[in-house]
Design a protein. Structure first.
Length: 149
């Protein structure tokens, strides 16, 4: 009796494509873990002292809340990208791109060199989203070329 082993039809491509996916996953896991640690720290502080950040200034403009909220949503996009690369990558990249104009208007980088940090943070958070989209694009092309054969 001859046993035939069928090729995996869900094969997603070459080594480079798989490396892109794992780099995106490892990078996003570090970002997600760091965000969770911050969230846990603020939650513990809020539960024990009644305020999430005892050093926060009062009566600051609402626009200062938008970049951290967008970064949280971008990181949520990274978590979604673990299962759905296209959707999660688009959420991540969309919120990162939406953060940049707010930073440019409210904290121009030319005003002070300390204002460069939020821009660098946006790049760090956006990069794995770009990798997830690249992975999705490469697997989409690979599947399309296999369908034509």
């Amino acid at each position: 009796m001859k046993v035939t082993i069928m090729a995996n039809t869900k094969h997603t491509g070459d080594r480079a494509t798989k490396r892109i996916r794992w780099i995106a996953r490892i990078w996003s896991a570090v970002i997600i873990a760091y965000a969770l640690l911050m969230l846990i720290g603020y939650t513990v502080s809020w539960l024990t002292t009644g305020t999430a950040d005892p050093y926060a200034e009062e009566d600051y403009p609402f626009i200062e809340n938008i970049p951290p909220i967008f970064m949280f949503l971008a990181i949520l996009g990274l978590a979604i990208a673990w299962r759905f690369e296209k959707i999660g990558g688009m959420i991540n990249l969309g919120f990162c791109l939406a953060t940049i104009p707010i930073l440019l208007i409210h904290w121009p980088i030319t005003q002070d060199s300390r204002f460069a940090f939020p821009y660098i943070l946006v790049i760090i958070v956006a990069f794995p989203g770009i990798l997830f989209l690249g992975y999705w694009w490469r697997t989409r092309e690979r599947i399309a070329s296999q369908d034509h054969h």
